[in-house]
Design a protein around this ligand. Structure first.
Ligand code: ZN
Length: 451
């Protein structure tokens, strides 16, 4: 409606102007090069308008002709970029599919077409990694360190490579550099904590572990157990340095954190005995026995009661039985201490009760020992030993990742160097017994290839 009005308004103005021109005819006279041109003002005005229109058209034509090359250039640049991104996408798909040759081909193609080093370098590095060309991958990742926008990606790549090749010293350095760039990256915190723990840097590992738990990289329950193990290792370290007060306080913290964790209770009890706190030590073992009866705890209890004569020890061991009356470990512990005191009847009684709960290899061995010691009955002992040989293996401290069995508990697997990897369970593979590690011995072990 408004447009129509506007049109009529313009029309009215034009008509009014035309009428005015007709009513006031003027004339224009031009003298040029000896010619004299005379015409009416209306015609001169029309000629002027046409000339203006032609000039404007000419200008637009010339401008568009002049602009054509740059437009062609722009068009071909856009096509090049499009092809580059297509190559990049195909390369990433090839990486995901594990197709190394295509990934590498597409990486080269994308690199030639695109001016996007961060993207093409990452693809090239991943393609090289996929092809097993670690040196080329390392070169790409190292080149990525030079740009701030790709430095973190480069560090992550180099870190993965270092962990793969087992170079934990290098890996630890790289992880620390990466944390300086991105302090709250969950996977990085979990990796850094593991590297610090494996390197025996217990205090740093404890700090990083705390951050990793806060960042959600490690579940709280697992974190508590890891922290317990770190505290125990700090306790071992303090003892090696002659700081028995620190050794005791770290063991106490570990036990407070996980009261049912056998290695913490056993260690705390031993350190308490060494500090002359025999009664407190006995209490620690008894309380933990209620939750987790375990042969290591029985050994610690025997040391706690080391100053008593064998017969009194048997009497005191009954306190463990009252904590967990129907547990096989309670009866085995009492049978062993009774054997030591040569209380044959009591030993046989507890062995029979243990056998009724759960037969095991070590139980058959204890029967054999009883037959030898009490009756010097070698034939009966051999029968029990034959049964022992046929029985499934007894539980032992077994490394979850590598299945190696340790004679004693330790924070680090003596075979693969993994931290907090030992579980009390029957070994699934026949692996020789080995000493567990405590920190400094691991620098060499940690570098050995993982089985
Ligand atoms: Zn292991």
């Amino acid at each position: 409606m408004i447009r129509a009005l506007w049109f009529f308004l313009k029309l009215a103005v034009v008509i009014a102007a035309a009428i005015w021109l007709v009513e006031h005819p003027g004339s224009v006279r031009v003298n040029m090069l000896g010619y004299a041109i005379e015409t009416s003002f209306t015609v001169a005005l029309l000629i002027g308008l046409v000339a203006l229109g032609v000039a404007a058209l000419g200008y637009r034509l010339i401008r568009s002709v002049l602009r054509t090359p740059s437009r062609i250039r722009r068009h071909s640049r856009a096509r090049k970029r499009e092809r580059g991104y297509r190559a990049l996408t195909q390369g990433m798909v090839a990486v995901a599919a594990g197709d190394a040759p295509t990934a590498r081909k597409m990486a080269r193609k994308a690199d030639g077409l695109l001016n996007e080093p961060p993207l093409t370098m990452l693809l090239s590095a991943q393609a090289a990694q996929l092809q097993g060309d670690d040196r080329a991958a390392n070169e790409y990742f190292t080149a990525m360190l030079e740009r701030p926008e790709t430095a973190f990606l480069g560090l992550r790549g180099l870190l993965t490579q270092a962990i793969k090749t087992g170079d934990r010293v290098e890996a630890l350095q790289l992880a620390r550099r990466a944390r300086a760039l991105q302090p709250n990256t969950p996977w990085l915190l979990a990796t850094l904590y593991d590297l610090e723990a494996r390197a025996g840097d217990w205090a740093s590992a404890e700090g990083t572990l705390q951050q990793a738990i806060q960042a959600g990289a490690i579940p709280t329950e697992d974190g508590r157990r890891h922290r317990t193990v770190l505290l125990l290792e700090r306790s071992f370290e303090a003892e090696r340095r002659g700081r028995s007060d620190n050794a005791l306080s770290h063991a106490q913290s570990a036990h407070d954190l996980s009261p049912g964790f056998v290695p913490a209770a056993a260690r705390l009890a031993r350190l308490m005995v060494a500090a002359g706190k025999q009664k407190a030590a006995a209490k620690v073992v008894e309380r933990t026995w209620r939750q987790s009866p375990h042969p290591d705890l029985a050994d610690a209890y025997r040391e706690v009661l080391g100053s008593y004569d064998p017969l009194t020890r048997v009497k005191l061991f009954e306190k463990l039985l009252t904590q967990a009356p129907n547990h096989v470990e309670s009866h085995i512990a009492l049978a062993r201490i009774a054997l030591e005191a040569q209380l044959w009847g009591e030993a046989r009684d507890h062995l029979n009760r243990a056998l009724a709960i759960e037969p095991s290899r070590r139980l058959y061995r204890l029967f054999a020992e009883l037959e030898r010691s009490e009756r010097h009955d070698e034939a009966a002992a051999r029968d029990w030993m034959a049964k022992a040989a046929a029985a499934p293996a007894d539980p032992a401290w077994t490394c979850a990742p590598c299945h190696a069995v340790s004679q004693a508990w330790g924070g680090l697997c003596g075979h693969c160097g993994a931290f907090d990897s030992l579980d009390w369970k029957a070994p699934t593979l026949a692996v020789s017994l080995m000493e567990p590690g405590h920190g400094h011995a691991h620098a060499a072990i940690a570098k050995s290839p993982v089985a």
